[in-house]
Structure formats: structure tokens, C-alpha cells
Design a protein around this ligand. Structure first.
Ligand code: Q46
Ligand code: ZN
Ligand code: ZN
Length: 305
């Protein structure tokens, strides 16, 4: 396999984009892809201050790296959840984040320790709330709260997370399986700030496959934490990811298409009352039966002019 740009041996072949690239061209391409997403969804500008939520994993560190390379004013936020069951997950992820920050003196890293600030680690709160098996709901709640708090208190314009396409597609899949309309309505590349005190939230990697963010981190030599959080094991989101991976294997581009079609459906009014079927219906000019088409209904169009 050869790089499409220069003919050198390719290091990555993206079947969904029908594109193979060498290391140098891949790194450039990936940064451009991210910039395109930032512009397309109007996530932020060069004048705004961005707070990147960093877990020490490949996605969030790659995101921080790309934003700095693009010249954005991006600082980091690490949240120590106090998860240290067996693999010292929180400690290790904080080390990775601090190591990255140390290489980029132009940025700032905010660190919030949940146990130090609130007196209990995430697993401890989960135990108290009897959610021992799956502390993720408690954990997610705590993370969202702290990210928003720091963004507002420190005067950031926008909060960026490293969610990639695989994450977004799996979330979408799960929400569709149970038709969680409230969640579906809120799933977007950009969630605008609201007067009630919610910071704007953006996901610049929402169109990038996990494989692509991993390849970027590896080729850039970014040291990141490989281990998953010990509580991620057995999460339904992983099952959904496995199902989608199978579909993607059989038809490259499935995940991207699934996610982008959802965004298109939203733009076309999936969630807006005005555009619901019924209000947009009017009589066909030929047969008089209701149609959403401006002139002829689909039946009349079937028989030609
Ligand atoms: S950190 Fe927290 Fe995740 Fe661990 S406890 Fe669950 S939500 S899995 S991204
Ligand atoms: Zn090349
Ligand atoms: Zn509160």
C-alpha cells in the first residue's frame, strides 16, 4: 500500500475514506480534518479560550496536541477521580497528562482532585449510593459538574472533550435502541452555552475514527495511558462498539454514515415540532391528496408529466 500523496509506503489505510497515507502526510491530514470539523460546526475561534478535558488517554491528549498545533488558546483540565482499584488508573492517567503539559509550557493544566476537594473518591461515592457495580453514572455526573464549574470559574469560553466517532456512534446506537429522546436531542458536535450557567461544549473529533486518533497519538509519539478505566469492562457501550465494529468491517464507513445521517436528520427537523409531519402537508395540485412535496404528490410524480 502506497501513500496517495507521495507514493512512499503507507502507514495507515482508511477504507472508509479510500485513502492510504504515509506518516508525514497522515499527521498533516489528521490536523486538517480536525480543523475542518471545528470550522464546519463553528466550535470556537482563535480569540476564544478553550478548556480541554484531559484523561491522559489517546483521544484527549491528541486533541490537546492538535489544538495547540493549530494555534488555539487551549488549556487542560485533569480530574483525579480517585479510581485506583488494582491498576492505579487515576494516578497513572494524571502522570501522563502532567508529562504532556510539561512539554508544552505555553499552556496551563488545571488539576481537580475529587477526593481532596469533596472528601470521597468516585468509587466511595458509588458505594455510598449503592452503585458499586457501575459507578459510571455517578462518575459521569461528577465529571460534567466539575468540567462546567472550572470552565465557568476560570472564564473559559468553551469546553472541549476528546469523544471520537466510535464513542459518538456507540452512544447514538444505545440511545436509538431505547429511543432516549432527551439524550438524542442533546447529542451534537456543539452544545451551545445556556443562560442557566452551562458552558458551551464541543467535540472536535466527532468525525474521527478511534483508529485515527490512536494512529495520530502513536505517530506523534504522545505517551498516553493504554489501560481502560477498570470500570469500563462490561459496559454496554463496549457491546455497542463491538456490534458497530462488525457492521463497519462488512461495510466501511457505516459508523460515519450512521452519525452524519443523524446530524442531517436533526438539521432537517427531526426534533422540531414545526416540521413534524401533518403541519407540512398540503394537497397535491393534481389529485388533491395530502403530500409534503410542493406541487405533485409522489403518486402523481410516479406517472410522469
Ligand atoms: S472513568 Fe468513570 Fe469512565 Fe471509569 S468510572 Fe465509568 S465513567 S469507565 S469514561
Ligand atoms: Zn506521503
Ligand atoms: Zn450543584
Amino acid at each position: 500500500m502506497k501513500c496517495r500523496k507521495c507514493g512512499a509506503p503507507a502507514v495507515i489505510n482508511m477504507r472508509h475514506h479510500k485513502l492510504a497515507l504515509c506518516a508525514a502526510h497522515y499527521l498533516t491530514w489528521f490536523v486538517q480534518q480536525t480543523e475542518r470539523a471545528i470550522h464546519k460546526y463553528r466550535m470556537f475561534t482563535h480569540d476564544e479560550r478553550i478548556l480541554v478535558a484531559v484523561s491522559g488517554g489517546k483521544d484527549s491528549l491528541a486533541l490537546w496536541d492538535v489544538l495547540l498545533r493549530l494555534g488555539y488558546r487551549a488549556d487542560g483540565l485533569a480530574i483525579d477521580l480517585g479510581i485506583d482499584d488494582g491498576v492505579y488508573y487515576s494516578e497513572h492517567s494524571l502522570e501522563m497528562t502532567q508529562a504532556f503539559a510539561a512539554q508544552h509550557p505555553e499552556t496551563r493544566l488545571h488539576v481537580v482532585s475529587i477526593p481532596a476537594r469533596y472528601g470521597e473518591s468516585v468509587p466511595e461515592v458509588a458505594r455510598r449510593k449503592r452503585r458499586v457495580q457501575r459507578p459510571c453514572s455517578v462518575c459521569g455526573l461528577i465529571k460534567r459538574h466539575e468540567m462546567n464549574r472550572v470552565a465557568l470559574e476560570e472564564g473559559y469560553d468553551v469546553l472541549a472533550t476528546g469523544h471520537n466517532l466510535d464513542d459518538e456512534a456507540a452512544t447514538l446506537f444505545g440511545n436509538v435502541l431505547r429511543w432516549q429522546c432527551t439524550y438524542l436531542r442533546r447529542q451534537a458536535p456543539v452544545l451551545p452555552a445556556n443562560d442557566a450557567g452551562l458552558a458551551r461544549k464541543v467535540k472536535p473529533f466527532c468525525r474521527s475514527y478511534e483508529r485515527e486518533t490512536a494512529a495520530y497519538a502513536l505517530l506523534r509519539d504522545i505517551a498516553y495511558i493504554y489501560e481502560e478505566c477498570p470500570f469500563a469492562v462490561g459496559a454496554t457501550s463496549l457491546e455497542h462498539k463491538a456490534t458497530l465494529a462488525q457492521l463497519e468491517h462488512d461495510a466501511p464507513g457505516t459508523k460515519l454514515h450512521f452519525y452524519l445521517s443523524f446530524l442531517k436528520a436533526r438539521r432537517e427537523g427531526l426534533f422540531s415540532a414545526e416540521q413534524q409531519e401533518g403541519t407540512a402537508l398540503h394537497p397535491c395540485q393534481k389529485c388533491g391528496q395530502p403530500t409534503i412535496a410542493p406541487d405533485l404528490c409522489a403518486f402523481c410524480r410516479l406517472w410522469g408529466k
